[in-house]
Design a protein around this ligand. Sequence first.
Ligand code: PLP
Length: 420
Amino acid sequence: MKPLKTIHIGLSPNNTWKDTLKAFWLLLPWNIFWWRNGKKRAQLENIFQQKFNFQYSFAVGSGREALFIILKSLKNFLNWQDDSEIIIQSFTCMVVVNSIVWNNLKPKYVDINETYNFSLEELQKKVTKKTVAVIIQHTFGIFSEDIKKIAQFCKDNNIILIEDCAHSLGAKYQNQFLGSFGDISFFSFGRSKVISSVSGGMIAGNNKQFENVLSKELEQVNEMSYLKIMQNLWHPIISSFAKLFYFSFIGKGIMFLSQKIGLLNMEVSQEEKMGIRPKNFPTKLPNAICNLALIQLEFLDFFNKKREKIAQIYDQNLHIKNKLSVQKYLGSIWLRYPIQINNAQAVIKQARKKSIYLGDWYASPIAPKDINISKTFYQVGETINCENINKKILNLPTFPKLKSKEINKIIKIVNQYAEN
Ligand SMILES: Cc1ncc(COP(=O)(O)O)c(C=O)c1O
């Protein structure tokens, strides 16, 4: 068997040796006391606030949990009725929609354009008297071009604007951080996101009233279970080991078995795909996991600069029409570099043969494909542009450890298909 170095867009792409060593240290039995106790959460929140100029921030179990807590708090505080409408783009992930539905609110879907975000015009078509909030996504870390117009529109119409910055930590529009244009925002430190503590999220904003409401709500929120903390700590260790052998059945087997015996958890659980709320949801972000997030936050600027450079190389060397200009979207952080190509799934298959794992966020409206769509209130055909893009979308990796040789390999494969 010839060893091949695996390039994997989703298997702990940001992981560093520092994370692996810290996770190993925290797993030692005498450190269990520190899994929930300690000052790391306060430290993480302080650094986050200062770095991104927020008045407040709260570290929680994940991005999806952050959104759940935001909606629950605002629903109570602003007296939203059940079935009030939350506008969201259909080019998104099921876990985001779950957080709306589990609050007895109704997702209303807006179509996207070629930047994978929506325009003010599309938004205006969807607003009704029942609309109470809009979620704007900055997909792949690419800023929404209409962010200022959309913020003004929401203000004029008494609609809350929530920025989903799960893909866009550190990104800017006109020199201002994303997350600071709306009324409140949330971020993700999930395993395939901009920085990664395996799971994790942050709520942030500048409105004092919302801060008070959220802080009261958070008093009721549980701590993360010891089982989930353990799974999160094992993740950087097992995944970095498995990646060494991922070109063969050994690496895949290690990941599969670790998940089967409960040493690792899934990014999106089976129950979440079915629209069922997990038992301990939402939670706060525990001390041990904040340790990992703090390590990664130190690398953020370096990571994002590298991502932009890699996106620039794709931009300059891919022979395809449907790609975005890095120069035009300066300030974006390119968590993944999205392109559209007719035979996207064939390219993915071909690349896998060379141990290159490309991405397909999002190959269906409200991804992944194997969800219970009836739980999302989405009607097939509702957002045509999104559904067309779903068929052609391909995400190229931009993670900081990618080498020039590897980037060239990816470009070669894509160009072969683009020219056929
Ligand atoms: C656009 C978007 N928003 C929010 C989330 C939720 O983030 P998390 O995985 O931290 O719950 C995800 C990912 O799952 C996402 O892709």
